[in-house]
Ligand binder design. Structure first.
Ligand SMILES: *Cc1c(COP(=O)(O)O)cnc(C)c1O
Length: 415
């Protein structure tokens, strides 16, 4: 069979030496210069399986595969050229060896952990990780004999003292939701290396434009591609990026667990990725301006944004990140209902808990992600009634500020 070799690095014809900038990489990295039919754009290879010329061809394929040299894909669950082109672009953006795309962020997290851990292993996880990630580790994994210790975010003494001979991996997130806490990655990697542990970081809120954890020695990086990478609120996707030996092991398990991304969604993700740097820089800027505006507004109690001097992790964020991200959290001077009324008055952002796309989104965690808890329970875990999360889109900042002004202004008049 004469199909081109689909594994990307060896067919890259734009040399990596000229792919310095984030935007150049977002557009060109991993792309084969010559594509089928002379198409400029990588086609959507919408196929479930791949055919062989004859039985001799399939035997040659099997022999090559046994020797570890993959010549092409044989079945859609094991590989797809559209998917592989996007994977190599994500790996380049992260400055990492290798990337694997999956059907959602949660598929990336669960497939990774199922691939790497076995019963009797122990996990350390920081407490403000994504709710479903914690639920998977604390509840689901416990049923299979994988134990965990949950430690406060940023408390490295707690991490060090949670390590046991059974500990395999430390899992954390940066920046976190909703207070945008920023983890000191150097310290985390130092502790992990001392004890020979793997590190896994969910950096969905940062994107590879603002933070590239592989450069700090983090083994595995996870993104919900549903957020900034896709960037248009029109697909679900997930990715795990990092050390080649680990990614190969996870890819092998993905063939069994089956949470693959469709070629169509991979194409959309790849299309979204081309503008990642443009969008993220604009969102960084929008968020910084919104944070500064809110901090100086008398109707606002407190603002959390790593780009503000007042944020507890401003110093680490400045040292570690290239931009501070597109999410701002704040508390209003007001009650649960007054906060809800403010959100209802906002005209540009849609009301929903996601983030990262072209449209701005706004949410009130007390009434949305944490609706099951009582007010006292929410207060105890640090989710006050008047908390608002604003995930900036790519709208013009003047319009966003004018919208905030009218929504806050009217509230003040009403009080
Ligand atoms: C959304 C999100 C996830 C889950 O991703 P899905 O694509 O929705 O499965 C995981 N981690 C973080 C930080 C997220 O924001």
């Amino acid at each position: 069979m004469t199909l081109p070799k689909t594994h990307v690095s060896s067919t890259t014809s734009v040399t990596s030496t000229i792919l310095h900038g984030h935007s150049t990489r977002a557009v060109h990295a991993g792309a084969k210069r010559k594509k089928p039919y002379h198409a400029l754009i990588e086609p959507i290879v919408q196929t479930a399986t791949y055919a062989f010329d004859d039985l001799a061809d399939i035997q040659a394929f099997i022999a090559a595969k046994e020797q570890g040299s993959v010549t092409h894909d044989d079945y859609g669950r094991y590989g797809n050229p559209t998917v592989q082109a996007v994977e190599s672009r994500i790996a380049a953006l992260e400055n990492a060896d290798s990337a694997l795309l999956l059907s959602s962020g949660m598929a990336a997290i669960t497939t990774t952990l199922l691939a790497l851990l076995r019963s009797d292993d122990h996990i350390i996880i920081t407490d403000d990780c994504y709710k479903r990630t914690r639920e998977f580790i604390e509840t689901f994994f416990a049923r299979y004999g994988v134990s965990c210790t949950t430690v406060p975010m940023g408390n490295f003494e707690a991490i060090a003292s949670a390590i046991t001979p059974k500990t395999r991996i430390i899992i954390s997130e940066t920046p976190t939701n909703p207070y945008l806490r920023v983890l000191d990655i150097d310290r985390l990697v130092q502790i992990a290396k001392t004890h020979n542990l793997l590190t896994l970081l969910d950096t969905t809120f940062a994107t590879p434009i603002n933070l590239r954890p592989a450069q700090f020695g983090v083994d595995l990086i996870i993104h919900s591609g549903t957020k900034y990478l896709g960037g248009h609120h029109d697909l679900l996707a997930g990715t795990v990026v990092g050390r080649e030996d680990l990614i190969d092991q996870i890819r092998e398990h993905l063939g069994m667990l089956g949470g693959i991304i469709s070629p169509q969604n991979a194409f959309l993700l790849g299309r979204g990725l081309k503008t990642l740097a443009l969008r993220v820089r604009h969102q960084n800027n929008n968020a910084q301006q919104v944070a500064e505006y809110l901090e100086s507004h008398p109707g606002i109690e407190q603002v959390w944004y790593p780009g503000l001097l007042s944020h507890p992790d401003h110093e680490i964020a400045t040292r570690q990140m290239e931009g501070f991200g597109g999410v701002v959290s704040f508390t209003l001077c007001g009650t649960l209902d007054e906060t809800a009324a403010f959100i209802d008055r906002m005209r540009l952002p849609y009301i929903t808990p996601s983030l990262g796309g072209t449209e701005s989104l706004i949410s009130q965690p007390a009434l949305m992600s944490y609706y099951k808890l009582t007010g006292a329970e929410r207060q105890a875990i640090g989710i006050p009634d008047n908390l608002v999360r604003f995930a900036l889109g790519i709208e013009d900042i003047e319009d966003v500020l004018a919208d905030l002004e009218q929504a806050l202004g009217r509230k003040q008049n009403a009080v």
